[in-house]
Design a protein around this ligand. Structure first.
Ligand code: ADE
Ligand code: ZN
Length: 316
């Protein structure tokens, strides 16, 4: 089994339809419009975000999140994953009345238990939601900055990239960076090359979530390679959300061939009928990567991981 590593998975997006239905039953919620024939149903990115929020609202306790993250990390480990970073969202916790401290505590317990049982290393990246606006993202950054946790090693921003301008979020990212958190940001998924360039200029990330639409501008691709920016590429997500029509037109190989550092990630796996192992399979079947190349992708991810150097050395 090829060793794997993942830098980009949203914990609220990792809830299986079966678990969502079980939570709905406990809380008397109706998911009949959302889970159809055992699969999530949505039509476009906006509808996807609504389904995502509805499912997240069913996770209301520390233990709900501990179980979710433990199940997710255990399944990753069974698939040969050595290292995983999960995006967390204190906004989603607070929307259900769960204290962000209890949320983080449950997630941290899961990371520690999964490590004790399987050896998998996990870290958390605190995120703000772009469609929540600059003030909400700044609040998320300030919470992360004011409540340091050894397993929260980065700050990022997810959500609707079509809203607001990266410069609006510069104060939030400055707060996170000044607190020692490492920076990634979603860009170049729902918007094009300019969105990636603006994110680089204003938010100064080491990594970009997705970034795939940088392919629309050769000068930007060159810049990504030169500045050694790592792309957290999520192939199944890109196809499911219609960012590219099919794997044949996906730019994974064009970016890699141009010298851009690329990694493989599952984003919100059950929503896209995927898993990290499936992303590696896609890279083999559709992008033609052999086992040595796949191991190289894992190495790139570990080199770019937001972890301490001792952990990195142990994993490499
Ligand atoms: N949040 C969860 N999945 C996302 C994605 N693919 N893009 C932006 N925000 C997200
Ligand atoms: Zn994402």
């Amino acid at each position: 089994m090829v060793p794997k590593a993942e830098l980009h998975c949203h914990i609220e997006g990792a809830v299986s339809p079966a678990l969502a239905l079980a939570q709905a039953e406990r809380h008397g919620a109706d998911l009949s419009e959302i889970v159809v024939d055992g699969a999530y149903r949505w039509t476009d990115f906006t509808a996807f975000l609504n389904v995502y929020d509805t499912v997240a609202a069913l996770f209301r306790t520390r233990d709900d999140y501990a179980r979710l993250a433990h199940d997710y990390l255990s399944s990753l480990a069974a698939d040969g994953c050595l290292y995983s970073e999960i995006f967390i969202s204190t906004d989603h916790a607070e929307q259900t009345g769960l204290s962000p401290h209890a949320y983080i505590d449950g997630l941290a317990e899961a990371i520690e238990r999964a490590k004790a049982e399987t050896g998998i290393e996990g870290r958390m990246i605190a995120t703000g939601l772009r469609h929540g606006g600059p003030e909400a993202v700044e609040r998320a950054a300030r919470f992360a900055a004011d409540n340091p946790h050894p397993l929260i090693t980065g700050f990022g921003m997810a959500g609707d990239e079509r809203m607001h301008h990266p410069k609006d979020f510069a104060p939030a990212f400055d707060i996170a960076r000044d607190a020692g958190l490492r920076i990634t940001v979603h860009a170049g998924e729902l918007a094009g090359a300019e969105s990636v360039r603006d994110a680089l200029d204003h938010l100064r990330p080491e990594r970009i979530g997705h970034g795939v639409r940088a392919i629309e501008d050769p000068a930007l691709v060159e810049r990504l390679a030169e500045e050694r920016i790592v792309l957290e590429i999520c192939p199944a997500s890109n196809i499911a959300l219609g960012v590219f029509a099919d794997y044949a037109s996906h730019p994974f190989n064009r970016l890699r061939d141009a010298g851009v550092k690329v990694t493989l990630n599952s984003d919100d796996p059950p929503h896209f009928h995927s898993s990290l192992a499936n992303e590696y399979r896609i890279a083999s079947d559709h992008f033609g990567l052999d086992d040595a190349a796949l191991k190289g992708i894992t190495r790139t991810a570990i080199e770019a991981a937001f972890c301490d150097d001792d952990t990195r050395t142990k994993l490499l």
